[in-house]
Design a protein around this ligand. Structure first.
Ligand SMILES: [Zn+2]
Length: 134
């Protein structure tokens, strides 16, 4: 649904700049069907924002977890096996592609590998190479 439906043709900032009474008056004037669609759309947006907030709060990797991951990999890059004091967090599924900042999605990577991998999925980057845990 386009924003023009959601806010009766107005920009979101314009819409919320009006008083609740004024918004109610305009929705009333627009008729029950428009008001219903407006409320449905707002409810969906609120639901999505809750989901986003929940996801953000659950998906923070603590520094203790990160240290334990590095230990698990014996301070080696998960991809090339180089021992490094400058391991960076690599998200196997990039955050930009829906991955989480959680234990199950984070491995240590040396700066070279992290840089080269960039936003690729691991299978696009290292087809067939298994992660090295020892
Ligand atoms: Zn590496």
């Amino acid at each position: 649904m386009a924003n023009t439906d959601l806010f009766l043709g107005m920009a979101e900032s314009e819409w919320f700049a009006m008083s609740p009474n004024e918004r109610g008056r305009r929705l009333g004037a627009a008729g029950p069907e428009v008001r219903w669609r407006h409320n449905q759309a707002l409810a969906r947006r609120r639901g999505q924002k809750r989901l986003d907030a929940l996801r953000a709060s659950e998906s923070r990797l603590s520094s203790a977890e990160w240290k334990s991951i590095v230990l698990e990999f014996h301070s080696r890059c998960a991809y090339c096996g180089t021992v490094s004091n400058h391991l960076t967090k690599d998200h196997m599924i990039p955050l930009s592609r829906g991955g989480d900042d959680t234990r199950s999605n984070v491995v240590p990577a040396c700066e070279d590998c992290n840089y080269r991998k960039n936003n690729k999925m691991p299978l696009e980057f290292f087809a067939g190479v298994s992660l090295r845990r020892s």
